[in-house]
Ligand binder design. Structure first.
Ligand code: FAD
Length: 460
């Protein structure tokens, strides 16, 4: 008996239900990754994620080889490639993780039909990509197919017992006569961010262990400190599945304490957005709650969007965040919140423009987390206070009180101490002229005016 394991966003050996099921159903397994042409030819194929993916595939292959197996790589149409390999290997079944996007659902359906036509079966496993499967908890009594509000979701999510996390298998036997394309190399990907993190399950497990040993205890107090580097930086690993969210929750709970509780809460946010997208796949592009916004467009808006992308809006903390994104392919959560609020509510530009730019650069760029967090910030999503506007000066003073984050990413202002570094336009003329740094693209009061005018009824 031979079973194929189709890897997608779950590039690991530890705690991997599809691999475990395949191993228990047969004596040989075929671990397969397909470079899906549809994805690789789309805007989702951003260099930072392609480079990180190359690390993940190399690490997975090495881990499989340590256990007597290897990873097979094919490219093309994912359904055609799986069907061809199933015939070559004379496999009876295919195992894969359940996805949440509209694309993932359609892929599952196409694959199921094609395999059934060949007399083979597809098994789709949940709790691989999320800790709690979408739909596993639902608002009681209302008949709704997902939670639209986070706090009640968190309550139910927390009560639900998780399955135990499984260790990695000791041995994986892969048929020898199956051909594979060479794995992609990280060094062959051009246009990546200079400070891009390393991918792969080995790195994910190292980061998690270090995080549980040292970082997590302070997390509750420091997770909003922009300069503190005090968050786990596990998001790309959760996105590519080099880390199991179930295992992360179990190990954090075992570590215990308020830091662990706050960290698990963030993992719940991740599941929350996944269950929204699973129930409403169209919200990847459409408003979750239509607000009839009259978003700004035209040459002035284009110029401001460019200043935002370049980190030259004249608001130091926004610019620092945008430059961190470009340099690392990652941004601190507080930076994402204030940079997104600035685009959607102060420049008053359609959230989709910002979400696309984030997707072009984020190594953890994820349809569920990116699109739905953007919607949350823009007030078209699940935020119960959709018209609140973050003030970048106050945000800077509060979350970067010593100005260290701004000094790190906006070196033009390195000589200017906090709190003045957050409002350089207030410096007296001569002193202001010493800094080669732009004036604000828009006055904050004018920005608020645009938002209130464009969104009927928005009094924040
Ligand atoms: P930690 O603070 O250590 O949190 C642990 C984990 O919890 C994260 O790795 C992540 O998986 C999850 N998490 C934390 N906050 C959130 C959240 N608000 N929503 C969902 N999951 C969360 N996260 C992504 O993974 N991919 C994205 O594309 C993405 N885009 C975002 C866009 C905007 C506008 C905003 C406001 C947030 C976005 N986030 C996204 C959520 C969050 O900013 C990142 O997950 C977090 O900054 C990653 O850093 P970390 O791993 O150190 O997080």
């Amino acid at each position: 008996n031979t079973a194929v394991v189709l890897y997608t966003s779950d590039l690991r050996l530890h705690d991997h239900p599809p691999l475990r099921a395949a191993l228990s159903s047969g004596d040989q397994v075929v671990p397969l990754f397909v470079r899906d042409r549809v994805i690789e030819d789309s805007a989702f194929a951003a260099p930072n994620r392609l480079a990180f993916l190359a690390d993940c595939l190399a690490d997975l292959d090495a881990a499989l080889r340590d256990r007597g197996g290897r990873l097979l790589l094919r490219s093309g149409d994912v359904v055609a490639e799986v069907c061809a390999l199933v015939q070559e290997a004379d496999a009876d079944e295919v195992h894969m993780a359940a996805g949440v996007s509209g694309y993932a659902h359609a892929r599952e359906e196409r694959l199921r039909e094609a395999l059934e036509a060949q007399g083979r079966r597809l098994y789709v496993h949940d709790t691989v990509v999320t800790a709690v499967a979408p739909g596993a908890v639902l608002p009681s009594g209302s008949g709704a197919d997902h939670f639209a509000v986070f706090t009640p979701y968190l309550r139910r999510w927390t009560e639900l017992p998780l399955r135990p996390a499984e260790p990695a298998p000791r041995a994986v036997r892969v048929p020898e006569d199956l051909g594979s394309e060479p794995l992609p190399r990280r060094s062959a990907v051009t246009g990546t961010s200079p400070g891009l993190a390393r991918g792969g399950e080995t790195e994910a497990r190292r980061l998690l262990t270090n995080w549980l040993r040292s970082g997590i205890t302070r997390y509750e107090d420091t997770h909003d400190d922009l300069a503190g580097d005090a968050t786990s930086k596990l998001s790309p690993h959760l996105h590519f599945g080099t880390l199991s969210p179930t295992e992360a929750v179990h190990r954090a709970r075992a570590a215990g304490g308020p830091g662990a509780e706050a960290f698990v809460r963030q993992l719940c946010w991740r599941d929350f957005h996944h269950q929204v997208l699973a129930a409403r796949p169209e919200t990847a592009a459409e408003d979750y709650r239509a607000r009839q916004d009259r978003w700004r467009t035209g040459p002035d808006a284009e110029e401001e969007i460019q200043a935002w992308k370049d980190g030259r809006t004249g608001y130091p903390v926004v610019d620092a965040a945008m430059r961190q994104l470009r340099h690392e392919g990652w941004m601190h959560n507080r930076g994402r919140l204030l940079a997104a609020s600035f685009l959607a509510k102060t420049l008053y530009v359609d959230w989709r423009t910002g979400a696309r730019h984030f997707m072009d650069l984020l190594v953890d760029g994820d349809v569920a987390n990116n699109q739905l967090n953007w919607q949350w910030v823009a007030g078209t999503g699940t935020d119960t206070r959709p018209n609140r506007v973050l003030n970048p000066v106050r945000q800077g003073l509060r979350y970067d009180p010593e100005g260290r984050y701004v000094h790190r990413w906006v070196p033009e202002l390195a000589g200017l101490p906090a709190p003045r570094v957050h409002e350089p336009w207030r410096l007296p003329g001569l002193e202001r002229a010493r800094f080669d740094y732009p004036d604000p693209v828009v006055d904050l009061a004018d920005g608020l005016g645009r938002f209130r005018e464009g969104r009927p009824g928005a009094v924040s």
